[in-house]
Design a protein around this ligand. Structure first.
Ligand code: GDP
Ligand code: IMO
Ligand code: MG
Length: 427
């Protein structure tokens, strides 16, 4: 029975949080499967704005069990800070579960992330500085600390000692920083142990049992396809797999149990941090998209880089993720533009690509080939069916849909939960 993946098709901030929240009433579990508090999801319910980072977006739906899966990296201070802040606003967080196999972000991860970026200078990634890359690096290097390690102090101490042996060399000799003491790091982690204990579970087993009972499990990706460490614009990516494969490894649900992959795609494109972005607009048109769309990061407050819709990226996301449905968000932000260009291919020298170029050098030099569509001036925020849209807005939706051969099942026309056109149910 249904396991549904919701993920980002572009460079993040497509409106995944809103889409997940929209489905909240129809699902039993919402599982965050990758990333950590580098994510920032703004969700608006009855005019109330919530900014979520580490908590799954399903937390705002009363019937849902929110799950932090094994693929996530967890900063415990941030977790409890977020739980306290959201509980104070009357949201029930008592059902939250955390995988014992999830890795923990410690203070040395955030330090190394920030200092490492400084050392990269102009080549910096523009990370969120939340320790994400260093925590995943430790996981892959097999020197990470897992949530379950917190419940065995002897093991925890051994692991922290092992990790700090290397880290202190790096901090002191390469980064000119003070060495960290094992005691300080162990104490920092143990501070949260008792509060965490009741939330920790074998989440992969629980999710398999839920699917056996024919309950609906939604797997929520942080970041997005073009930020995927394997399939994105490497090295300007995050350190996890936001793509559909990551939903399996990051939750313990096998590919044979996924039956829907919903990709969220903005009606234009944004990117935060460094790296190639073929349709980027560095002029006043880009400024106008940023202002109209409120394109400032939920996590770091940085202005997002803005550009036109890129059908090459959307096609790539459809292929890499096996997308069954697109949710096209923020169509309302395009209201008022006289013409709306859409990138349908890339020109690199004498070659025109309609698929993602294999080489990073080509992608860096890609010049968009645009097709232009006439805009509309009418306010579309009250539209609740495609028939309610002005002709040109509907044409735009149908044109970008035809460019990927995957149906657009929902169109976003505003930030509110109800500001959506649902063409086809996602559950
Ligand atoms: P996420 O990280 O993918 O969850 O996206 P963010 O929350 O970082 O950024 C998306 C922003 O767009 C949020 O502020 C949402 O409230 C807002 N949003 C989502 N869908 C729509 C939409 O259809 N129209 C408008 N105007 N805003 C939207
Ligand atoms: P959501 O889930 C947009 C970007 C950072 C940086 C790169 C690596 O809200 O869509 P990291 O801290 O992960 O090592 O940074 O990835 N990035 C995001 N950009 N939305 C996000 O999350 C992002 N999470 C990371 O800006 O370029
Ligand atoms: Mg975001």
């Amino acid at each position: 029975m249904p396991a549904i993946v919701v993920l980002g098709a572009q460079w993040g901030d497509e409106g995944k949080g809103k889409a997940t929240d929209l489905l909240g009433g129809q699902v039993d579990y919402v599982v965050k499967y990758n990333g950590g508090n580098n994510a920032g999801h703004t969700i608006v319910v009855d005019g109330e704005k919530y900014a979520l980072h580490l908590l799954p977006s399903g937390i705002l739906s009363p019937g849902v069990v929110p799950v932090i899966g094994n693929g996530v990296v967890v900063d415990l201070g941030v977790l409890f800070g977020e739980i306290d802040a959201i509980s104070a606003r009357g949201v029930d967080t008592s059902k939250l579960l955390v995988s014992g196999n999830a890795h923990v972000i410690t203070s040395y991860h955030t330090t190394i992330d920030k200092v490492g970026e400084r050392f990269l200078g102009d080549a910096k990634i523009g990370t969120t500085g939340r320790g994400i890359g260093p925590a995943y690096a430790d996981k892959i290097s097999r020197v990470g600390v897992r949530v379950q390690d917190l419940f065995d102090e002897k093991i925890l101490r051994q692991k922290v000692e092992g990790a700090l042996d290397q880290k202190n060399q790096l901090l002191v000799k390469a980064f000119n920083r003070k060495a960290l003491s094992v005691d300080a790091v162990v104490d920092e982690l143990l501070e949260h142990t008792e509060r965490l204990r009741p939330m920790v579970a074998d989440t992969s087993l629980l999710l398999a049992q839920a699917l056996d009972r024919r309950e609906v499990v939604l797997l929520e990706g942080g970041q997005a396809t073009m930020l995927d460490v394997d399939h994105g614009s490497y090295p300007f990516v995050t350190s996890s797999n936001p793509t559909a494969g990551g939903a399996c490894t990051g939750s313990g649900i096998p590919p044979t149990r996924l039956d829907r992959v919903v990709a969220i795609v903005k009606a234009y494109t944004t990117r935060v941090g460094s790296g190639p972005f073929p349709t980027e607009l560095t002029d006043q048109v880009g400024e106008r998209l940023r202002a109209n769309g409120g394109e400032f990061g939920t996590t770091t407050g940085r202005p997002r880089r803005c550009g036109w819709y890129d059908a090459v990226v959307a096609r790539y996301a459809a292929r890499i993720n096996g997308v069954t449905d697109f949710v096209l968000t923020k169509l309302d932000v395009l209201t008022g533009f006289e013409t709306i260009p859409v990138c349908v291919g890339y020109r690199v020298g004498d070659t025109v690509y309609d698929e993602m170029p294999m080489s990073q050098t080509d992608f860096h030099h890609a010049v968009p080939v645009y097709e232009e569509f006439p805009g509309w001036d009418e306010d579309i925020t009250a539209a609740r069916s495609l028939d309610d849209l002005p002709k040109n807005a509907r044409n735009y939706v149908e044109a970008v849909e035809a460019m990927t051969s995957v149906p657009i099942s929902v169109v976003g026309v505003g930030p509110g939960r109800d500001e959506s056109i649902v063409v086809r149910s996602l559950v």
